[in-house]
Design a protein around this ligand. Structure first.
Ligand SMILES: [Zn+2]
Length: 324
């Protein structure tokens, strides 16, 4: 794995069919959609916690059980950075015997997936019944009825990986002590490796694969949805920053990507990008029909020197350049 890459950044849009990916508070017989409000409009969203869960489950499918723990009754995970890929990548808050409370900040940062099209005009209500077979009169509406909010939308999601912290932990060490009668020690922090370079690279690769495969959303028995990236930007950066997350937005509450903003953000992130064969390390994946102005998006990306392929090809190209 290249050692000059400090951040792997992905930002994407995903256009879904009729679905309810993440439920809100709801009511006794209502399964609602989690919503946020902006400028008087309501939009759906999927929490960052849910996004992390999807990614973890996608990783778990490719890991032996001893390398992917589950939380115990207290909600605490194993905390073994060396052995457990999930605890290494997603961090933990746990108590270890003889050590006490231990926390690890997640090297994987995930954004909530924000719906970009107002719910007003795109929300529908479906109901499912739990009706018992047997002594009911024909035509009688009985049994429990549960209403389920469903909506079509375009979501923006994102992930940034703090590469230096994969398989590593910051530890405080003694730097020296002040001079004088009463010397005082001073400290700094440095990385302590828990795993070797090959294993670090493998874990980064597994995470990037998970972004193109994650699928364990709720309510899939009736609402089979693909929520993986349809339009994606993948960047390798020698400087850690989140700027690329602003590149993909729609305009005016419809399905057109804002290409002026896209061009500007590409310009903004260029100084942070690693170079690969003399080119900035940024790739775009684009599935036709994901946004209404896909051709325009393609033109702006190509003008900025960003190769446009399919989402999977973009992630594969970034993995190859990174050496994972
Ligand atoms: Zn664990």
């Amino acid at each position: 794995m290249r050692d000059d890459v400090k951040a792997v950044q992905l930002v994407w849009l995903s256009r879904t069919g009729l679905t309810n990916l993440n439920s809100g508070e709801g009511g006794s017989n209502l399964v609602d959609i989690k919503k946020y409000r902006f400028a008087g409009q309501e939009y759906p969203y999927v929490s960052g916690q849910a996004m992390r869960f999807y990614l973890k489950e996608a990783l778990r499918r490719h890991l032996p059980s001893q390398a992917a723990c589950v939380a115990d009754d207290q909600g605490e995970s194993c905390g073994r950075i060396r052995e457990c890929v999930l605890c290494d990548l997603f961090g933990f808050m746990t108590t270890l015997p003889d050590v006490g409370a231990v926390t690890r900040v997640s090297p994987v940062k995930v954004s909530p997936a924000m719906g970009l099209v107002p719910l007003d005009g795109s929300l529908s209500l479906d109901f499912l019944t739990r009706r018992h077979r047997g002594a009911r009169e024909a035509g009688e509406m009985t049994g429990d009825i549960v209403n389920v909010e469903l909506a079509v939308n375009i979501y923006k999601g994102g992930l940034c990986l703090d590469v230096d912290r994969v398989g590593r932990e910051e530890e405080r060490y003694l730097l020296g002590q002040t001079e004088g009668k009463r010397p005082k020690p001073f400290y700094s922090v440095r990385f302590k490796d828990h795993i070797d370079a090959d294993e670090r690279a493998r874990r980064v690769g597994l995470l990037m694969d998970a972004v193109q495969d994650f699928s364990d959303y709720s309510k899939q028995a009736r609402l089979l949805t693909d929520f993986t990236p349809d339009v994606v930007l993948v960047g390798l950066q020698h400087n850690y920053s989140h700027r690329l997350q602003k590149a993909l937005e729609t305009e005016g509450g419809n399905a057109r990507a804002n290409v002026v903003r896209l061009a500007q953000v590409l310009e903004e992130v260029r100084p942070d990008l690693t170079e690969v064969d003399g080119q900035p390390a940024l790739w775009a994946g684009l599935l036709e029909g994901s946004v209404d102005n896909a051709e325009e998006v393609r033109r702006v990306l190509e003008l900025a020197g960003v190769p446009v392929v399919t989402p999977r090809q973009a992630i594969a190209a970034a993995k190859a350049a990174l050496g994972v």
